[in-house]
Write a protein that binds this ligand. Sequence first.
Ligand SMILES: [Zn+2]
Length: 463
Amino acid sequence: MIAAMPMDLILSGGTVVTQNDARDVLSADVLVQDGRITAVGTRKELEKLAGRGARQPRPRLVIDATDRLVIPGLIQSHIHLCQTLFRGLADDLALLDWLKQRIWPLEGAHTHRSLRASARLGIAELLRGGTTAIQDMGTVHHTDAVFEALEETGIRAVAGKAMMDRQEGAPKGLREHASDAQATEASLRESIRLCEAWNGAGSGRIRYGFAPRFALSCTTGLLRETAEEARHRDARIHTHASENKDEIAAVRAETGLPNIEYLHSVGLTGHDVGLAHCVHLSRAEEKLLAKTQTNVLHCPSSNLKLGSGIARIPELLALGVPVSIGADGAPCNNNLDAFLETRLAALLQKPRLGPMAMPANVAFDLVTRGGARALGLADQIGSIEVGKRADLVVVDVERSHTLPGGDVYSRLVYAARPTDVTDVVVDGHVVVRNGVLSNLDEDAVRAEAKSALKALLTRADLA
Ligand SMILES: [Zn+2]
C-alpha cells in the first residue's frame, strides 16, 4: 500500500527538462515535499528553502540524477488496461472485426481476478517505462478491479467503466443488463456508483471519467445523459471517435450526421471531453474540435496496426485543438510505451508533410503538457514547476543508443527507450527505484497474468 504521506525527496544533479511555458532546461535539483514540487534550483538555493520550512523535516531520500535527465512524468491519455491480458491475441485485423471477433469476446470473459491481473500487468509496464498518469477506458463489468490496481500501484489516473447500452451482438459478459430495455439505466447506474466510490481515491490521485465506448455502441439517450451526469459531477468524458471509415459511415447512416457533429449534438464535445483517434475528420469537424477545445487523443501505433489511417495532427495543432498521446490497448499496439508512441507521433507526419513537420520538442509537448490538459490536470501535472504535484521521471540518456550528441528533445523522442528510465515518482511517492517497481512484484504480476489468461481463454467464446 501507498504510505499516507510521502517522505521529502531531492532529485539531485540532473538536467531538468521543465516543460514550463518557457520550456527551460536547467541544471538543477528538484525538491519534493508533501507530494508537491517545492523548489527547482541549485543545491544551495534548495537548502536555504528547506531550512525555512515551518514543519519538522521528515527523513529525506536523495535520488542522484547526475548525468541524467529529470522530466515530467509521461502522460498517456488513451489506455485500455483491461486489454493488457490480450496482447498478441488480436493481431492483423481491421477495427470492427478486431472488436467483434476478438476483443469483445475476450473482454466479456473477464472476472474480477482476470481484470485485476490485466490492469496490474499494464501498470507495471507503464510505470517502468516512465508513464505516471493515464486515462483508462475500462470495460463493462468488474471495474472496481481496475480501480483497486490503480490505487495499490501508485499510478495517477482518470478511469471509468466502458458504457455500451446497445447490446445487439455483444457477448453476454459485455451486456449492461439481461434486458435490453434496462441497459441504459444499468449503464448509468453502475457508472455513477463507481464515480461515487472511487472519484478522489488515492489521496486525489484517482479521478472518475465517464467512458461511453463509441457512438455505435451507445444509444443517443445514454450519450446525452452521460454528458449531463459527468458535468454535474465535474468528471471527465472519454470516448472513441472517427477512428475508421466504416465506423463514420455507420454513424452517418444511423444519425444523418458526421460523427463529430453527432457527438457535438449530444453534448460530447468540450474541454472536458477526450476523443481517441480522430483519424477521419472533415474540415468542418476539425474546426468544431478547435472551437469547442475538445481533446484529441492521438494513438499512432494503433492507427497504423489497425490500418485506420494517419490523423492530421499538425493541422489540428495549427487550428489550436488540444492533442495528447496514448498507446491505446496492448492488442492493437502491442506495447504501452510512451517513448515509442511519441517517436511515432513525430515520424508519422513526415512522409505526408515533410521532415520539418512535428519536431521532437512538439511531440514531447503532447506526451507531457498535452496529456495533462487531456486529463483535466494542467494545473497539477505535465511540467516541473513549483506548486505542481511531483510526478517525475529520471532517464539515463548516457547509453550507447542515445549518445553522443543531440539536444534533450532529440534524445528523449528519437532515441530513448523505456528501459532507460531509472526512477519514477508519482505524487511524491517513489514508485520505481533503480528500475525496480516499489509497489508491485513484477515476477508475481507476470505469473498472475499468465494464469489469469489461461483461465479466461477457457471461458471466452471466440469465433
Ligand atoms: Zn481505444
